[in-house]
Design a protein around this ligand. Structure first.
Ligand code: IMP
Length: 499
């Protein structure tokens, strides 16, 4: 007969935090959300940390280079999805590593012999009004001029006028030299009263543009997650099939950390892949998962995982539990794995961080996951809603939505994540293809979520995640008290906003 666990599988919504003493020094401004990303020995510091406990899911509809840049700028980390050709994934990693805040590769470029008609068409396509004029109309060609909407009046000018007749020519442009830092670029912008500063190399080829408005925005990003060379950090997903080919290419592209990503990570295939990675690339950090109990955690920790990802079946787009009947409530899984992680630490002196992956619906669920022992969370639905996610924004019934689909859905065709280690494909989907409500910019939403988490921690008397874990008191709630959680027994007013 099967072993029956004496536990009811529970999720975040079934728990609350009970406040602890808030001392005078315990203020939201003092909260430090830094958390270890990879394993470390007792008494030492982790070699990689996150500035905020947020990572984005290894999914086609979530983590491309744009989202990775936006999240790293806020202090978190994306794992670029592996369900794509190796070169494409590596290219996305490269784009994040090459990103320099405030330095933008020009996406609107024309040659001098093109016309105002081309200018208007390009403006419509990119939505940008500053056009670089290069010898061949490419973003890296020799710079011949700059054209902005102040240089022509569309209603007064012939559509056939050549760009060269209206542009500001190179001789009159102030440019920065390749290698200039952002502060110096900004000095030039102010000295010469510019809106745009082209950056060129020694051959006068265009490298990128610096915009006045971007410099101002840059001042808001004080938590950026950067490597020793001040480049943004980025992770990448790998699978248990082509890892021998994928890992070297991702490392070469500059990935800071890798993660073996499988719906069920408690397998010999993950152990083998970890062994290969550790033997061949001893300096590479690589996590593994997903598991939902202490046994699975111990297996992956002993196999050398630098962190372990927790969660099966809790994802918003996940139908694994319905299809295969496997999984565990996300809260129960995190609590059990955290217990095993702490036991492992006491026995070995090695602390292996755990990531709570999927199932976060409310911002406070992140605080609960941390209190239950997770070191950081991984979110899919949450990030899919933002401007920076790779999917289309569509208007349905007057409301904007974004597309979101599971890695195990027909659409993702990422059967690799959902095939057995020996290559046998599963014949059914484990994920769905859906819409999520559009929510605007990543930073605006994340700032709000972080403000809530800091406030929760302060209520519990903690200003570091480590202390929060130690001090938090968690209580299970009854069905009746769940009703009490939101506004109740009142008449909610209609929202007055017109849109
Ligand atoms: P969410 O934040 O609740 O949307 O969950 C995201 C997590 O769901 C991911 O990080 C994966 O662990 C998991 N996931 C992604 N795609 C699928 C799928 O197709 N089926 C089941 N789980 C998935």
């Amino acid at each position: 007969m099967a072993k029956i666990l004496e536990e009811t599988s529970k999720t975040f919504g079934e728990f609350l935090l009970v406040p602890g003493l808030t001392t005078k020094d315990c203020q939201v401004e003092a909260v430090n959300l830094k958390t270890p990303l990879v394993k470390f020995r007792s008494g030492e510091e982790a070699s990689l940390t996150l500035n905020i406990p947020f990572t984005s899911a290894i999914m086609q509809s979530v983590s491309d280079h744009n989202l990775a840049i936006a999240l790293a700028r806020c202090g978190g980390l994306s794992f670029i999805y592996a369900s794509q050709p190796i070169d494409r994934q590596a290219e996305m990693v490269r784009k994040v590593k090459k990103f320099k805040a405030g330095f933008v590769v020009s996406d609107s470029n024309l040659s001098p012999d093109q016309t105002i008609e081309d200018v208007l068409a390009l403006k419509k396509k990119t939505g940008h009004t500053t056009i670089a004029v290069t010898i061949d109309g490419s973003s890296g060609g020799q710079l011949l001029g700059l054209l902005t909407s102040r240089d022509y009046r569309p209603d007064k000018i012939s559509a056939q006028t050549k760009v060269r007749e209206v542009m500001t020519p190179r001789a009159k442009l102030v440019c920065g030299e390749e290698g200039i830092d952002l502060a110096k670029a900004n000095d030039l912008i102010w000295e010469h009263k510019l809106n745009t500063l082209p950056i060129v190399n020694k051959e006068d080829k265009l490298i990128c543009l610096v915009f006045r408005k971007d410099y101002e925005a840059h001042q808001e990003y004080r938590q950026e997650l950067i490597d020793q060379e001040k480049r943004l950090m980025v992770g990448a997903g790998v699978n248990t099939h082509d890892y021998k080919e994928r890992i070297p290419v991702l490392i070469e592209a500059g990935a800071d950390i890798l993660c073996l990503d499988s719906s069920d990570g408690y397998s010999d295939w993950q152990k083998e892949a970890l062994k290969y990675a550790k033997e061949n690339y001893p300096n590479v950090k690589i996590g593994a998962g997903n598991v939902v109990d202490g046994e699975g955690f111990k297996f992956l920790a002993d196999a050398g995982a630098d962190f372990v990802k927790v969660g099966i079946g809790g994802g918003s787009i996940c139908i694994t539990r319905e299809q295969k009947g496997i999984g565990r409530g996300q809260a129960s899984a995190v609590i059990d794995v955290a217990k095993a992680r702490d036991e492992h630490f006491n026995q070995t002196g090695i602390y292996v961080p755990i990531c709570s992956d999927g199932g976060v619906v409310q911002d406070y669920h992140v605080a609960l996951a941390l209190a239950m022992g997770a070191d950081w969370v991984m979110l899919g639905r949450y990030f899919a809603r933002f401007d920076e996610s790779p999917t289309a924004k569509i208007k349905i019934n007057g409301n904007f939505v974004k597309e979101y689909w599971g890695e195990g859905s027909e659409r993702a065709r990422n059967w690799q994540r959902y095939i057995c280690g020996n290559g046998t494909k599963l014949s059914f989907a484990e994920g769905v293809d859906v819409y999520v409500p559009y929510a605007g910019k990543l930073k605006d939403n994340l700032d709000l979520a972080l403000a809530k988490i800091r406030a929760t921690m302060v209520s519990c008397g903690a200003i570091t995640i480590k202390n929060f874990k130690k001090q938090a008191k968690i209580v299970e709630i009854s069905q009746a008290s769940i009703r009490e959680n939101g506004a109740h027994d009142v008449i909610i007013k209609e929202s007055k906003t017109s849109d």
